[in-house]
Each structure stands twice: as structure tokens, then as C-alpha cells.
Ligand binder design. Structure first.
Ligand code: AKG
Ligand code: FE2
Length: 271
């Protein structure tokens, strides 16, 4: 099973569970009013988007990205102090800093079947160099997550398994949680979306993943949330998206005029 804690739990205890099990749920970190507000912000985008085309993306599942450009409520989730403190500590052995990696709302509708179990670190080329933890991931429940409506399936402990070990059915567990709760997990744990066998109960999640500041972002944040939108956002969020220098020159750029002539020396885009 996945352990549940609340937000008064000492940080080191939450990190201990994450290290041992590979995942942990913080119950009711945001109020229902916030989940409703975010669901309302996302609704037009969800309504405008089609179901996925594959088993993995889900043929009765809608996925909407670019959440920093689209949803003020999701921006607040990305910046939540407790989450950022946990992320920073979880990744600190592998990096000086971290950045936003991926944002996606996922709505699983009735008749959806299970998503294949996978490790999210696969986007960087499989299970190579697993001594480096690639990411810190959050799945925020906008609706209740139940075994029947598509709650994320996880295999506790599988972040320490050999790559090819397959779980038995008994080893697979569900991230059942109430709306407003958040599931935390790393890049190496086996997991996947669940099946939805209800008649009419849709499961809505907001996924916000963070990665090492020196690894390529899964979702291109500069194209998903371009400078004209980013300029209006809090500086902390711009930093998180990668609109800032790290260490101290990683990520520099040189502005060009229309003819492609360099006008000024490299500097922070918003300075
Ligand atoms: O929807 C979920 O519960 C998990 C989705 C997931 O793991 C993914 O798309 O990588
Ligand atoms: Fe995943």
C-alpha cells in the first residue's frame, strides 16, 4: 500500500517513506475549493482536446499540457513551498538546482483500460545510470481517486528493482486519495494510470514533475509558456521554468535582431 501522511508530518519522515517505498501521499494539501477552481480553469482545454490514440496515452483519456501558460491555479501548485522543499531535498545529491519538467492534466473517463506500467525516467533513455534520480513528481487529485475510476497504480519498492523484474498482481497498489491530496514519487518507480470501470465518474489529475536543472526538460517550457506569457508571471515561476541562469551560466542566450546580428552580450532574458 501507499502510505498517507498529512502536511504536519516532519519533512524527513516524508522523505524516508519516499526513499523506502518510492511514493507517498500527502492528504488534503489543498482545499476542495481550489480543486474546483483548477478544474474550472482546465475545463475549456479538456473539452477542446481529443482522447489519446494509444494504450499508453489512453483511448478514453484526455491530456492537456502547457499548464503554466493556461492555469493560474496550477502555477500555485507548482510553487507550493512544501512541495518545493521536498523536491529540493529529494534531488539534492544529484544537482544544485531543479526545474519544472512536465505539466499535464489527465482526465480518465469510463471504459479506459490500464496504462502500461512504466518508469517516467524512460524519457531519458531507460534505466541507465539509475544511481542518479532524475525527477521528483507530483500527481494532484482534482477529483477523488478510487480503484474503480482510474487511480494511479504503483508498485512500492520497484524503484530499487532490477530493470526487468515484473510485479505480481499482489505487488501492484492504488493511489486512492481524496480530491486535494497529492501523490509524490520519483523517476524510478513502476506506475501507470488505472482503468475506469465506473459508469460516469471521471478522474481528473494535475501532474507537475520537476527534474535536475541540468537535464533536458520532458515538456519544452519555453515553447509551452513563451516569453510573452512568462514575462507576466512571478519570477519564482520563471526561474522554475528555466528562464534563468544556473551555476552561473547554464542556460544563457544571446538576443538577435531581425537580421540575426547579436545586439547585446548574454544576459538574463528579463533583465
Ligand atoms: O494518469 C496517471 O495516473 C498516471 C499517468 C502517467 O504515469 C503517465 O502518463 O506517465
Ligand atoms: Fe508516468
Amino acid at each position: 500500500m501507499i502510505h498517507h501522511v498529512n502536511d504536519t508530518e516532519p519533512i524527513h519522515n516524508i522523505l524516508d517513506v519516499l526513499e523506502t517505498d518510492g511514493a507517498v501521499i500527502i492528504d488534503s494539501l489543498i482545499p476542495k475549493s481550489t480543486t474546483l477552481q483548477i478544474s474550472t480553469e482546465l475545463r475549456p482545454y479538456l473539452d477542446a482536446c481529443s482522447d489519446g490514440l494509444t494504450d499508453f496515452s489512453g483511448e478514453s483519456t484526455k491530456r492537456v499540457g502547457a499548464l503554466m501558460a493556461r492555469s493560474p491555479g496550477c502555477r500555485d501548485l507548482a510553487l507550493k513551498p512544501l512541495i518545493n522543499e521536498l523536491c529540493s531535498k529529494f534531488l539534492e545529491d544529484f544537482t544544485d538546482g531543479y526545474q519544472l519538467n512536465f505539466t499535464q492534466a489527465i482526465e480518465i473517463s469510463p471504459s479506459e483500460t490500464i496504462q502500461p506500467l512504466h518508469r517516467d525516467r524512460g524519457v531519458w533513455g531507460g534505466y541507465l545510470n539509475r544511481k542518479i534520480e532524475t525527477q521528483f513528481s507530483t500527481i494532484w487529485a482534482m477529483t477523488d481517486f478510487t480503484q474503480t475510476n482510474g487511480a494511479t497504480r504503483l508498485v512500492p519498492g520497484s524503484h530499487k528493482w532490477d530493470k526487468d523484474r515484473k510485479p505480481s498482481e499482489q505487488e501492484i497498489t492504488f493511489a486512492e486519495m481524496s480530491a486535494g491530496s497529492v501523490l509524490l514519487y520519483g523517476g524510478s518507480i513502476l506506475h501507470g494510470g488505472g482503468s475506469n470501470i465506473t459508469d460516469s465518474d471521471k478522474r481528473l489529475a494535475v501532474l507537475i514533475h520537476y527534474t535536475l536543472s541540468w537535464l533536458r526538460q520532458e515538456e519544452n517550457q519555453y515553447l509551452s509558456c513563451p516569453p510573452e506569457i512568462a514575462a507576466e508571471l512571478p519570477v519564482e515561476l520563471r526561474d522554475l521554468m528555466g528562464y534563468s541562469l544556473v551555476n552561473p551560466i547554464l542556460g544563457f542566450f544571446s538576443p538577435y535582431d531581425k537580421k540575426g546580428v547579436e545586439l547585446v552580450s548574454p544576459k538574463h532574458i528579463f533583465e
